[in-house]
Write a protein of this length. Sequence first.
Length: 412
Amino acid sequence: MLEPASPIDFSGLVREGDLVVCGQATAEPVTLTEVLMAQAEHLPPFRMMVGPVFSETFPAGPAPNVSFLSYGVIGNARRLAKAGRLDLIPSNYSAFCADFAARRHKADVVLVQLAESKGRLSASLSNDYVIDAARGARLVIAEINPDAPFTFGAEWPEDVTIHVRVPARCAPVELASPPLDDVSRRIAAHAAGLIDDGSTLQFGVGRIPDAILSSLSHVRNLGIHSGLINDAVVDLIERGAVTNAEKGIDAGITVTNQVIGTQRLYRFVHENKAVSVRPTSYTHGQDLLARINRLVAINSALQVGLDGSVNSETLNGVAIGAIGGQLDFVRGANASPRGRAIIALPATASDGTSRIVAHVETVTTPRADVDAIITEWGVAELRGCGLAERARRMIAIAAPGHRDALSAQLRR
């Protein structure tokens, strides 16, 4: 519930047809977005650009005069998608962010959460498209959050004007790691066999990446260059597994684009010069990724076809995922010296259907880019394999109860 006196009145600030862009994931300025949505029915029709949503800010029902856009369906954005209120921009994350810098996407109003320390401002938990969106916006409104960590690399540029500042009313959004299950642990055990000392890791959000990270305490001199970091990274650093000593670039520094976790992680990154929250052009840039030693990209999928094609976006014609940075990092890892591109997923969906399929319905990562596919049943090494051998190896890591049906589909 909002307090009686709202920190800002959006009447006259948001105009008809405006594109309003807000910080994504844990960087969402919740004080501002909650007030905006509470006032939305009294505002002219406008569009709202969101990324992953981990708050309760955007319910599917209210505010029919607000239309939503995103580059993916992640977290609570699925509620909007299920209600038919989320329009998707099918774009690699790097290209989506670059489109703001090039003004192909043009924000009118930008809402951002910032941290302040010693008179300096930082974008804190995410250094993504919001700064470039703000650079070209008519109006930039900043929520100054005393509980948001000040992060290096994400300093707010002096040339980007902040027109309105409001104090935050709540701590930053948190996302706790989900509990691990047996399937995730089995997948992690297979993945750990592909990760050598001195590897540099990239990973996403979810149970499987967390399980893989938790299985790596025995590996030495790991590095982190990722689209995000979470609480599991703190564990690896504190155990001495992550030193960032052998990355080839950014020696001694954990590099990320977003910080997604709990207060434990936020306290760790606060004014920590060993962590750098860098812009997408740096974290996802192909030329830079190719310079990293032994980059291991760990990503998930909804389906993988017998030819190795990866679907991380749709099931039964319904969008429930995202392209995100998957292809950026798969290609970066393939170009990295001794790099590996891992796609990890359970062999069976929650409804009992196979996630290894004859043909995927949407191709997120093309078969030409695929390297290793991992399920709880093993590893399918696909790089350099012909289609017949790929199919054989993919069937071998499908759930046993689905292998005969997949073999029959292949014969047909």
